[in-house]
Design a protein around this ligand. Sequence first.
Ligand code: BGP
Length: 490
Amino acid sequence: MGFKEGFLWGGAVAANQCEGGYLEGGKGLSCADMLKGGNVSTPRKFSPVIEEGVYYPSHQAIDFYHHFKEDIALFGEMGFKCFRLSINWSRIYPNGDDEEPNEEGLKFYDEVFDECKKNGIEPLVTLSHYEIPWAITTKYQGFYSRKTIDLFVKYAVTCFRRYKDKVKYWLTFNEINAALMPGGGAYNGVGLVLEEDLKNTAQRPVNELIDDPQKRLEALHNEFVASALTVKAGHEINPDFMIGCMIAHLTSYPATCHPLDMLAAQREDDRFNNICGDVHVRGSYPPFTKKYYESLGVKDFSFMDNEEDQKILKEGTVDMYTFSYYMSMTVSGTKAEEQTGGNLVFGGKNPYLKATPWGWQIDPEGLRWTLNKLSDRYPGVPLMVVENGMGMIDKKEEDGSVHDSYRIDYLRDHIKVMKEAVEEDGVPLIGYTTWGCIDLVSAGTGEMYKRYGFIYVDRNDDGTGDFSRSRKDSFFWYKKVCESNGEILE
Ligand code: BGP
């Protein structure tokens, strides 16, 4: 019993949150490069033009671009079997619509994957982790244009051909369901910024950009089509590829057993999460989607009725379902609830749960509940938790150590329930990559202050720090977990 042999233990990062080198090696600007830093109470601002002398977190991030050999060696030392990273699309096609790919960008990832191999680590590669070339936003309105479907597929095929013998596991879009919500979902998710905001010099916070739900959900549809075409093309290039979707699992409980709270939770939990899951795994929208979209402001549904697209979605279903899980929240159909922070959205406060300083409620059992729901809905489809972790304020001691027992507790409790889900519930779980296995820039707030890693990086929000790396207590703990295939958790 326990986790199967070959279980993919490891960690996850995203290019824009760790690489830096934002214009090096021929890279173009990506949407993420236009975001300034924020914090728990100040949202990140979007700036349509890069301002000289201003700190933009992604521009240097943790300088993985120059430190990747050292970092991957540390992952190897921890016994990682898998490293989830993303390719920054704008390193490969700097403007998104270039004729030829940028060889220097391709070479960079060749070296990264070779380093993984050297350390016995299987890469799991996200093709777009909130990284869309900025020129695609300004020229095509992101995925709102169908042209972007072709651009993405061309980029994906370039990567598949180049790395077909180095990478087996692929994900198309990170947290694709973010686009069901305005704000960051429209911006980072589908790369959609409306004309007025492109010209806006006042610089609105990213979560306050003008929203057009019709355009945003059409853009999400185009992403679905791009994802399905990519899966199909990938299998033609290498039939052994395992290609998955990546969904932010936003777990919501009814605030009470009041029937109206139950109905609200059905909408915010089941239905919200199942739209993107069903499209990827079953190859079609679930029957309630039009009504759901109507409530979000969609009026014209012709994009969903396109028969050619429907065929594409059916032919491009994924091999695995991967998701992020950090927390749970409550939802009420009867009253306004006290709100708490969260991944992508704010949610209701659960009196039974503790929370991190960013208000993310800690709920390991919610992961078991989520795993069971997914394995019931998509029988036999391999599942993988590709993000889970605790963003905290860490204190580095003089000798470089960090005593992060809180992080060990968080991760141990989540691994325990994964084990129960596998052993007692029969869930087909194939891997687990913790989020931010090395400290990196927060996607939500742009901070370094909010740290997730097993490895501390000397870099601060005022741009200071020498980028040196040191091992936290959790590093030594996770090494035992990886090496014992999840048997040793103490
Ligand atoms: C997910 C994103 C990641 C990551 C994580 C943690 O939504 O896929 O990119 O950042 O959340 O969130 P944050 O960085 O805001 O703490």
